[in-house]
Design a protein around this ligand. Structure first.
Ligand code: SF4
Length: 424
C-alpha cells in the first residue's frame, strides 16, 4: 500500500499535476504515491502522509471533515497552496495540519517527502534544513523561510509515469501588485517564462491547448511591458500543432490579458495564430480613482480602448469587474455600472465578482463596501436577462466569512519578495 497519498480535487488539479512533474523529474518514484480525487480511496489505503493544496474558501467545505477522519487514523497531514502560505498558523492550529508548505512547492516538496521517508514520516529536526516549511517541533512553532523557485521551468509541467494533464503554466509572477490579488506576493513580482521549445513539446499532449499565466500577452517580458517578438515567436512555434488538428486558446480561460496589452498588434497575432475569438480582460472598476486606489495601474480609457480593438478585430470581449471594493462610493459604483452598460451595449460580456479580502494581500484587512440599491438592481436585472455572468451573490456570503476569519486569525503575511503592505 502507498505510504503517501495526494488528495487531488478539481481546484488543485493543475497545481498537483505540475508538482508531480517536478517531483518525478527530481528522481521521486511516483509509483510510491496514491494520487486520487476519491477521498474514500485515501481512507481505505491508510497512508502515513497525505498531501493537500487548497484555497481559503475551501476551508468551509469538506476539508475539516476530511482532516478529522485522517487524523483519527494517525496520518501526517501536509498543506500547500494559497491558504497555507498566507495563514500557516491557522492551517496548523485551527485546521489541524502538521506541516504547512510556504512558497513555491517544486523543490520543497521533493526535499520534504524524501526526508520524511528517511525519518519514518515523523516531524524531526531534519526538517529545519528545508526552506519553505512551518511546523511545530517540541511544541515550538518553526518557520524555515519562504521557498522560491526562480527558474520554475526547470521542472516539466507533467509527470511521465502518470496519465495526468492540465493547462501548462507558461509564465509565473506579476509586477502589477493589485491590492486584492495574491499572485505577486506568492509568486513574485518578476515574471518568468517557460521556454518556447518546452511549451511546444508539452502542448503536443493537449487536444485543446490552454495555458496558465497572469497576462498571456506579457509572454517573454519581465511583466509590465509588451515583448511582441517573444509573443510572436511563441505563437508561431505552436502553429505545427494547430496544423495537426489541435486548437490553440490563448489569452482566455484559464488565463486572461491586461487591458493595456490589447492592441492591434497583439490582436493581429491572435487572429493569425490562435483559435479563440473570445478574450478575457480585467477592468475591475469604471472609476479611475478606484483603479488607482487598488493599484491596478491602468485606467478606464485602457479598458474602453481594449474593448473597441477587440470588437474591431472580431473578438468577443469578456470583461471582469469587482463590486463592493473597499471605500467604493455610490459615485464609484455608478461609474462601474456605466462602464458595464457600455461594454454590454458594444456587444461584450460582463462578469461581476464581489470583493473578497484574501489573506496575504494588502486588502486582507479591508472591508467590502455595501452595494447601493442601484447596483443591486442593475446586477439582478442583467443577470436575469443572462447578460452578466459571475457569482457575486454567493461571493457576498463568502466575503463575510473571509472578514470574520481574518479578524479572528490575522497573520502578518510572508511574501515572495516585498513585504505585503497593509492598506486598511
Ligand atoms: S490581478 Fe492580475 S495584474 Fe493584478 S496583480 Fe494579480 S495577476 Fe497581476
Amino acid at each position: 500500500m502507498p505510504e503517501i497519498a495526494v488528495r487531488m480535487t478539481k481546484r488543485n488539479h493543475n497545481a498537483f499535476v505540475h508538482l508531480l512533474g517536478a517531483l518525478e523529474s527530481q528522481g521521486f518514484d511516483l509509483g510510491e504515491l496514491l494520487v486520487t480525487k476519491d477521498f474514500n480511496e485515501i481512507l481505505k489505503a491508510r497512508p502515513k502522509v497525505v498531501l493537500y493544496s487548497f484555497f481559503t474558501e475551501e476551508i468551509w467545505g469538506d476539508l475539516p471533515h476530511e482532516v478529522k477522519r485522517l487524523k483519527e487514523r494517525g496520518a501526517l497531514l501536509i498543506a500547500g497552496g494559497y491558504h497555507a502560505i498566507a495563514m500557516p498558523k491557522h492551517t496548523l492550529n485551527q485546521l489541524g495540519f502538521d506541516i504547512a508548505v510556504i512558497g513555491e512547492g517544486e523543490e520543497v516538496l521533493y526535499q520534504l517527502l524524501t526526508t520524511l521517508k528517511k525519518t519514518g514520516y515523523k516531524i524531526t529536526k531534519e526538517l529545519l534544513n528545508i526552506m519553505g516549511l512551518s511546523f511545530y517541533l517540541d511544541g515550538e512553532l518553526t518557520f524555515t523561510g519562504f521557498a522560491k523557485v526562480e527558474n520554475f521551468w526547470r521542472f516539466p509541467p507533467y509527470p511521465e509515469s502518470l496519465r495526468l494533464i492540465s493547462p501548462i503554466e507558461i509564465s509565473r509572477g506579476c509586477p502589477f501588485s493589485c491590492y486584492y490579488c495574491q499572485t505577486p506576493y506568492i509568486k513574485g513580482l518578476r515574471m518568468r517564462h517557460r521556454p518556447i521549445d518546452q511549451i511546444v513539446r508539452y502542448s503536443r499532449r493537449m487536444k485543446d491547448i490552454r495555458y496558465i499565466t497572469p497576462n498571456a500577452f506579457a509572454y517573454g517580458s519581465p511583466g509590465a511591458i509588451l515583448k511582441l517578438n517573444k509573443l510572436e515567436a511563441l505563437l508561431k512555434a505552436l502553429q505545427p500543432l494547430r496544423k495537426e488538428g489541435r486548437r490553440l486558446f490563448y489569452g482566455t480561460f484559464p488565463s486572461e490579458v491586461r487591458p493595456e496589452f490589447v492592441l492591434p498588434e497583439t490582436l493581429e497575432l491572435l487572429t493569425d495564430y490562435a483559435d479563440n475569438r473570445r478574450l478575457a480582460i480585467g477592468a475591475q472598476s469604471g472609476d479611475d480613482a478606484m483603479l488607482k486606489a487598488m493599484h491596478r495601474i491602468h485606467k478606464v480609457e485602457h479598458v474602453k480602448r481594449a474593448v473597441e480593438y477587440m470588437l474591431e478585430y472580431g473578438f468577443e470581449p469578456v470583461v471582469d469587474f469587482i463590486v463592493g471594493l473597499p471605500n467604493e462610493s455610490e459615485e464609484s459604483q455608478r461609474k462601474s455600472i456605466e462602464l458595464m452598460e457600455w461594454v454590454m451595449k458594444k456587444g461584450g460580456k460582463v462578469r461581476a465578482h464581489y470583493f473578497m479580502p484574501l489573506p496575504g494581500t494588502p486588502y486582507a484587512r479591508c472591508k467590502p463596501s455595501p452595494l447601493d440599491d442601484e447596483m443591486k438592481k442593475f446586477l439582478g436585472r442583467m443577470a436575469s436577462k443572462g447578460k452578466i455572468e459571475g457569482s457575486w451573490g454567493k461571493q457576498v456570503e463568502l466575503s463575510r466569512k473571509l472578514q470574520r476569519l481574518i479578524e479572528e486569525f490575522y497573520e502578518e503575511p510572508m511574501s515572495h519578495t516585498v513585504p505585503v503592505r497593509n492598506v486598511c
